[in-house]
Design a protein around this ligand. Structure first.
Ligand code: CTP
Length: 396
């Protein structure tokens, strides 16, 4: 879900190199594009195949066999990166970076990138405390490098002191902070409904719709990236929720309604991204309905309208809805916004190619009280999530 972000992980030759495997795996799992560059010394501690498998990308290793053209090709990576992380960083790479040396791929990319660089030193205590290393770290700090202080503890060489690689959790949260510097949702609890609902008719059959939950999950990820808490009430979907969301799985519209009302008092904002089935089979048959001669007529009963219900007890909540329309987009959307007492409505013409259910992109118009409708071009759902949250943040 962090598909918009690219991280270059530089691994140098320290005993803590193996810990970076966990880091790469975590970044990859949340959808970050990760490119690993290893120094030849790093390969003495951990095999490149580990990082290739965990990052889903070939590992770049510079050695004397490679000619300078190969290096130039990979400098393109430096342009793509949103963040560069050197973990573990040895005294050697720290010295090279502090003095602008570029004698291998990793140090060359460090010089070529304009992305922020996080350095995570790890070495023997005496080496770390050596004034030369401290001077070099000071130079890097002065140049805007981010340095994560090593932890204290027993080191691989048997000495106790400062020099251990910090816990992976700590490195991961520093990376998140650098990748997503905006924290405008800190302290806000956002309840998001997502995905389709399933309305059972008998133990084997149900009514549903084409929603996959992509938009709801993109919104959840973006809220988390910006420091907020998410309660994700989701209908059945095969997609994984973002790490850090409080996930409440439901099946039917009535279950979703109950869970939303239960969590409503704890939240500040509700975004109704679910495609809630408006009707359910009136009678549920405990046994499989058997086939008979002639047609079958299924009577449907109305489901509760979740957002409309919240609109009646709005209080200080900010309420946001989507409108899936196939005709008269703005007129129908405005009517929905008024009827459900919403603050923001994302109007979606689902007949357009590249919009709506299942697609990775969407084409919408954002409507809000007291402002003109804002038509947006086709964009990835992750990008749209960011624009929607900007609009909501304007109402805080
Ligand atoms: N919604 C809801 N509960 C329902 C139906 C819809 O909370 N029972 C929410 C959706 O999550 C969405 C908004 O209301 O944010 C509008 O959904 P949409 O399906 O476009 O509209 P409906 O209100 O169902 O109206 P219609 O189907 O007639 O267009």
């Amino acid at each position: 879900m962090n598909a918009s972000k690219t991280v270059i992980m530089g691994i140098t030759g320290g005993i803590a190199a193996y810990k970076s495997a966990d880091l790469v795996s975590r970044l990859y799992k949340v959808g970050t594009r990760v490119h690993v560059i290893m120094t030849p010394n790093a390969m003495q501690f951990i095999a490149p195949l580990t990082f290739r498998t965990l990052s889903g990308n070939p590992v770049l290793i510079d050695s004397f066999q490679e000619d300078s053209r190969w290096r130039v090709q990979h400098i393109g990576l430096a342009e793509e990166a949103d963040l560069m992380v050197i973990s573990p960083a040895t005294a050697n790479i720290i010295a090279k970076m502090a003095h602008g040396l570029a004698d291998d791929l990793l140090s060359t990319v460090v010089l070529a990138t304009r992305a922020p660089i996080l350095v995570v030193p790890s070495m023997n205590t005496n080496m770390y405390n050596n004034p030369i290393v401290q001077d070099n770290l000071g130079r890097l700090r002065d140049r805007g490098f981010h340095i994560l202080e090593p932890a204290e503890g027993e080191l691989a060489c048997g000495v106790t002191g400062k020099g251990r690689l910090p816990e992976v959790d700590e490195i991961y949260s520093k990376i998140t902070e650098l990748l997503f510097p905006r924290r405008d949702y800190e302290g806000k609890v956002v309840l998001i409904t997502s995905g389709p609902t399933q309305e059972a008719m008998d133990p084997v059959r149900y009514l549903t719709n084409r929603s996959t939950g992509k938009m709801g999950l993109a919104l959840a990820q973006e809220v988390i990236n910006r420091g907020g808490d998410v309660i994700l009430i989701t209908g059945p979907t095969h997609l994984s929720p973002p790490a850090g969301a409080c996930v409440v799985p439901v099946t039917s519209a009535r279950e979703m309604y109950d869970e939303v009302l239960r969590h409503y008092p704890q939240c500040d904002i509700v975004i109704g991204a679910a495609a809630v089935a408006d009707y359910r089979p009136k009678a549920y048959s405990g046994q499989k309905v058997k086939k008979k001669e002639g047609d079958l007529v299924i009577e449907l009963a109305r489901n509760p309208d979740i957002l409309a219900e919240l609109g009646k007890k709005k209080g200080n909540h900010i309420l946001v809805g989507f409108a899936a329309e196939t005709e008269d987009l703005l007129v129908n959307a405005q009517a929905k916004m008024d009827k459900k007492n919403l603050d923001v409505l994302i109007a979606n013409d689902v007949t357009q190619e590249g919009a709506g259910f299942g697609s990775d992109t969407n084409i919408v118009t954002i409507m809000a009280r007291d402002s003109e409708p804002l038509p947006l071009p086709q964009m990835l759902k992750g990008q749209l999530a960011a624009v929607i949250l900007d609009k909501i943040a304007g109402l805080f």
